[in-house]
Write a protein that binds this ligand. Structure first.
Ligand code: FAD
Length: 285
């Protein structure tokens, strides 16, 4: 199908882009990897697109005060291959490398992925585990929200009309901390049937901190806090990991589709949580 007619503009400054988006009628276009297919299927019919994908102001990765600041239009491929991200926040580079295929990773952007809030997208698992912050800007100003507040529901975020994601901030990995991402991919698209990002800190032989972000299982990505609490304070033995992983689907209603029933998805989530934790713990050794 062909998309409905729409206006297109490609402002060269962020200020101009924000003023074109201000009244909430135009939609931002970044990599187009999710929005254009939706428009071609006429599941989205915006009257106007403001192309922010080429704005240099939103395309950067920098380290400041123990955190990496990643501009919204940074592509998945750049995140995956950046020496800075690989060295300072390897979980994010690992997760980016799992997204779709190389064409999608060359076009799709961090900001577009999080703003789209697909419940099977890869980044949100890592962004929950990393307790990421999102800088949102509009012509009215800016604010910072946590991953927990940003992801509201399936394809729904806390973004207000006229507001865009400008930046995602993640902490630099500490010396005693390691992470891993384990995913069961949908065979055609690569989206996560279940994806689990685990991040652990081990101090004096004990798990001092565990963070577990889960995608694909439920209507939105989430942090599995019961599983995290079960692991913290233990020695992180295979038995400790198994006990924690059993709690990963606590309180969530698993999705069900052609590829995986709710029961099978919850089973996969437990197995992949254990695998992600085992690998993260092994990396701390
Ligand atoms: P766009 O498509 O341009 O925009 C998506 C939505 O976000 C639109 O509503 C747009 O208005 C809005 N938007 C864009 N940027 C911003 C911003 N900065 N602030 C506010 N709103 C914004 N994803 C995965 O996670 N894992 C996969 O395995 C995977 N496989 C894929 C396979 C295929 C074949 C395709 C086509 C896509 C796949 N994706 C996958 C999705 C891909 O990661 C997209 O790049 C991403 O979801 C959207 O990013 P984008 O930059 O292309 O955004």
């Amino acid at each position: 199908m062909i998309a409905q007619n729409f206006e297109y503009s490609a402002p060269v400054t962020l200020k101009d882009a924000l003023s074109r988006l201000a009244d909430g009628t135009a939609k931002p276009l970044a990599g187009g990897m999710s929005l254009i297919p939706l428009m071609k299927l006429r599941l989205a019919s915006p009257e106007s697109l403001v192309d922010i994908g080429r704005l240099a102001d939103l395309n950067y990765i920098r380290e400041e005060k123990g955190a990496l600041h990643i501009g919204a239009t940074t592509t998945h491929y750049v995140v995956e291959s950046s020496p800075l991200v690989r060295a300072k926040c390897p979980l994010l580079a690992e997760v980016a490398s799992h997204i779709g295929d190389v064409q999608v990773r060359n076009m799709g952007t961090v900001g577009g992925s999080v703003a789209h809030a697909d419940p099977a997208a890869d980044y949100p698992a890592a962004l929950f585990a990393l307790e990421a912050k999102f800088k949102l800007i509009s012509s009215q100003g800016e604010r910072v929200v946590s991953a927990g507040d940003f992801f509201v529901d399936t394809f729904t975020t806390d973004l207000a009309p006229g507001e865009i994601v400008a930046e995602v901030t993640v902490p630099v990995e500490e010396t005693s901390e390691r992470a891993s991402y384990q995913k069961v991919a949908q065979p055609a698209s690569g989206f996560a049937i279940v994806g689990v990002a685990a991040r652990v800190k081990v101090v004096n032989g004990k798990v001092a901190m565990a963070r577990i972000g889960v995608t694909g299982l439920a209507g939105k990505a989430y942090r599995a806090t019961n599983a995290e609490k079960a692991l913290e304070g233990t020695a992180g033995t295979p038995g400790d990991v198994e006990n924690a992983a059993k709690l990963v689907a606590d309180g969530v209603e698993p999705n069900s589709d052609l590829f995986a029933s709710a029961e099978y998805r919850a089973h996969l989530a437990r197995i992949y949580t254990a695998r992600a934790l085992v690998l993260a713990l092994a990396r701390t050794a």
